[in-house]
Structures are given as structure tokens and as C-alpha cells.
Design a protein around this ligand. Structure first.
Ligand SMILES: NC(=O)C1=CN([C@@H]2O[C@H](COP(=O)(O)OP(=O)(O)OC[C@H]3O[C@@H](n4cnc5c(N)ncnc54)[C@H](OP(=O)(O)O)[C@@H]3O)[C@@H](O)[C@H]2O)C=CC1
Ligand SMILES: Cc1cn([C@H]2C[C@H](O)[C@@H](COP(=O)(O)OP(=O)(O)O[C@H]3O[C@@H](C)C(=O)[C@@H](O)[C@H]3O)O2)c(=O)[nH]c1=O
Length: 316
């Protein structure tokens, strides 16, 4: 089995790589070898890779920057996935792709279902929705896992932003009126593995029956303020020295950003639970696992830095 896995420098791709190891040959091209912003080149690359399964977490994820880079965001998030999906449909190769809560307008309080009406508020959300639509239109066997608020111990994400700000500032001001489910890349990777691994020999048939979009997030809900507060409490309880004393809940209007973000990002997990018998951990439980990893990485980095300083002193 040859698996083409994109985005392994990113959070979800990085978490998927070890989970899929041992299943066969994993081809993991970087963004120069398999550049989604050049959709016209992807079919040729796929002809050469000859994958039996494609998993595509690569994406343009800079939400605010996308407002100024609309064309690039659409090429990477819509044009690239469209080209991959057309190749996959033509060769009957199953495709796993990822979508976002930002395809919704964030109205109301009810969790969004897979078939709820979409109406993105941002260029990023619109570009991801265009990717989802193109994959469905290509008509091949596919699964689009729609997730939200993704983070990991490594990478560019909210956990690492808050950890950095918490050592720099006495006060953090964090929006408390956007509600969703923080989700670790590890949770996503494990769920995809639970779906894919037992069905490797019949993924086309599985995706034909149960494919399409499936929501995939940790269980429970919180606001970004609730998430930040849990991150800070978790870091403190693990002995990290932080400056922060106060985490002030604010309204979205008090934190102006280039891109608009949905107020209601709740995603309904019934389809994941029923169709795939996958149950994800509570967001607090997943956070605890990730914080252990984050703190271990910090300690490794401090030890490496201390060793470098000793070495520098011994040379001078
Ligand atoms: N992060 C989040 O909060 C959420 C993410 N999602 C979706 O989940 C998926 C995974 O996201 P996540 O792992 O967090 O993303 P990351 O931002 O962590 O990683 C993105 C990856 O995409 C690659 N990439 C970017 N541009 C290109 C390109 N032109 N061609 C090929 N590869 C490219 C990056 O490579 P390089 O480093 O070389 O640029 C990187 O490996 C995406 O589809 C995203 O839209 C959904 C909801 C929430
Ligand atoms: C740093 C910071 C952010 N915020 C707010 C801004 C925003 O509403 C919220 C999250 O900010 P971020 O910019 O880190 O997150 P953002 O990039 O919007 O995260 C999104 O990324 C894309 C890729 C997705 O698909 C989404 O599911 C979601 O995870 O926190 C504060 O209120 N105070 C702060 O100090």
C-alpha cells in the first residue's frame, strides 16, 4: 500500500505520519515537491507517486493573512484539492481531506451538522468550502473530516501563542463569545486511523457508503477565553514560571482582527459516533496530554540551551 500524505510539516500531517507508519510506503512530499498552489502540476506528480490512498491535510491556514492573499488561499485550499480529487476520482483512489468550522457563519447556538447550511465569514473559510465543494463534485470516494481549533505541542497554534504571551504579560485579554471545541492534532490522527486502518482493503466501498463530510472534534465546548484559562492553569500546575496574573474575558468586538470568525463553532459529533463508532476525548483530557508533551519539549529545549552555553563558555 502506497499512501500519499501531504502537510507533514504541519500539525495534522505531523500527527498522522507516525500513526500511519508501518502500513506500507508513506510518500510525504513537502510543499515544494507537491505544491498545492500549482494545481496544474499535481496530476503529473500523482501519476509518478501512484498512491493507493491520499491523505491531504496540507492547507493555507493563516486566517487573517488570507484576507490579503485571497487568490493564493483559493489556489491552495480549493484549486489544489480539486486537482487531487479529480485525479483520485479518475483512478478510484480514496481521498481523505480536512475542513473547518470556519465554513459556517457562526449564528445560533446549535451544533452544526454535516449538512447544515454553510456561509463563511472569511476568505479562509470560503476557500476551504470551495475545496470541499470541488472534492464532492469530483465524485470519487472521499472523506472530508471537518474539525476546529486545532493545536499540538509543536507548530503555530493557540496553545503556543498563549504559552508565549503568558511568560511576557501580566494580563491577557481573550474573546469569550466564540464557542467551539479545541481539538488536538493527535485526536484527529487517532480518529482517522480508527476509521481507515480496519478498512484498508475496502476504503472505496466504505467511503461510497459512509463518506462525504464528517465532523471530527474533541467532545465538549468552551470559548477561546476558557481554552486560554485552561492552558495557563495547566502550565502553572506543571511548574512553569509565568508572568500572567489575569485573563480577562472580552467580546469579539474588543479584539478586532482582519478576518471575521464565527461565534458558534460547535460541531455535532453524532455522525462520527454512529457511522464510524469513533468517540473522541473531552477537550480537557486531550489538552492535558498535549500540555505534558509541550512541557517535555520545553524542558528538552532548555537542557539543550544550557548545554550550548556550557560549551560556549568552555571555548572562550
Ligand atoms: N489549524 C486549525 O486550527 C484548523 C485546521 N483545519 C484544517 O485541518 C487541516 C490541517 O491543518 P493544520 O495541520 O493545522 O495546518 P498547518 O498550518 O499546521 O500545516 C499546513 C501544512 O500545509 C502545508 N502547505 C501550505 N501551503 C502548501 C502548498 N502550497 N502546497 C503544499 N503544502 C502546503 C504546510 O507546509 P509548509 O510548512 O511547507 O508551508 C504545512 O505542512 C487543514 O486542511 C486545515 O484547513 C481545520 C480546522 C482548524
Ligand atoms: C492571541 C489572541 C487571540 N484572541 C482571539 C482571536 C480569535 O478570535 C481567537 C483565536 O485566535 P487565533 O488567530 O489563534 O485562531 P485562528 O487562526 O482563528 O484559529 C482558526 O484557525 C483556522 C485554521 C481554523 O480552521 C479554525 O478552526 C481555527 O482554529 O482568539 C484573543 O482574544 N486574544 C489574544 O491575545
Amino acid at each position: 500500500m502506497r499512501i500519499l500524505l501531504t502537510g507533514t510539516d504541519g500539525q495534522v500531517g505531523g500527527a498522522l505520519q507516525p500513526v500511519l507508519a508501518g502500513l506500507g510506503t508513506i510518500v510525504a512530499p513537502d510543499s515544494t515537491e507537491f505544491d498545492l498552489s500549482k494545481p496544474e502540476r499535481l496530476a503529473g506528480a500523482l501519476d509518478a507517486f501512484k498512491p493507493d490512498l491520499i491523505i491531504n491535510p496540507a492547507a493555507y491556514t493563516a486566517v487573517d493573512r488570507a484576507e490579503d492573499e485571497r487568490e493564493l488561499a483559493f489556489r491552495i485550499n480549493a484549486g489544489g484539492p480539486e486537482a487531487i480529487a479529480q485525479w483520485a476520482a479518475k483512478h478510484r483512489v480514496p481521498l481523505v481531506h480536512f475542513s473547518t468550522d470556519y465554513v459556517f457563519d457562526g449564528s445560533g447556538k446549535a451544533p452544526w451538522r454535516e449538512d447544515s447550511p454553510t456561509d463563511p465569514l472569511s476568505v479562509y473559510g470560503a476557500s476551504k468550502l470551495a475545496g470541499d465543494t470541488a472534492i464532492r463534485a469530483a465524485g470519487g470516494p472521499h472523506l472530508i473530516a471537518r474539525t476546529s481549533w486545532v493545536y499540538a505541542a509543536k507548530g503555530a497554534n493557540f496553545l503556543r501563542t498563549i504559552a508565549r504571551l503568558a511568560v511576557q504579560r501580566k494580563e491577557l485579554r481573550i474573546v469569550a463569545d466564540q464557542i467551539g471545541a479545541p481539538t488536538t492534532a493527535r485526536t484527529i490522527a487517532n480518529a482517522i486511523a480508527d476509521i481507515v486502518l480496519p478498512n484498508l482493503s475496502n476504503l472505496n466501498e466504505l467511503f461510497a457508503r459512509k463518506g462525504g463530510v464528517v465532523n471530527l472534534v474533541c467532545t465538549g465546548e468552551t470559548s477561546w477565553h476558557g481554552f486560554a484559562s485552561a492552558i495557563v492553569a495547566g502550565l502553572k500546575s506543571r511548574g512553569l514560571a509565568l508572568e500572567v496574573e489575569k485573563i480577562v474575558p472580552i467580546a469579539t468586538a474588543d479584539f478586532p482582527t482582519k478576518a471575521m470568525r464565527p461565534g458558534n463553532s460547535r460541531l455535532d459529533l453524532s455522525r462520527l459516533n454512529r457511522q464510524f463508532a469513533v468517540v473522541t476525548p473531552a477537550w480537557q483530557e486531550a489538552l492535558s496530554v498535549e500540555l505534558d508533551d509541550f512541557v517535555a519539549l520545553q524542558e528538552d529545549a532548555s537542557r539543550a540551551e544550557a548545554a550550548r552555553q556550557v560549551q560556549r563558555r568552555s571555548y572562550s
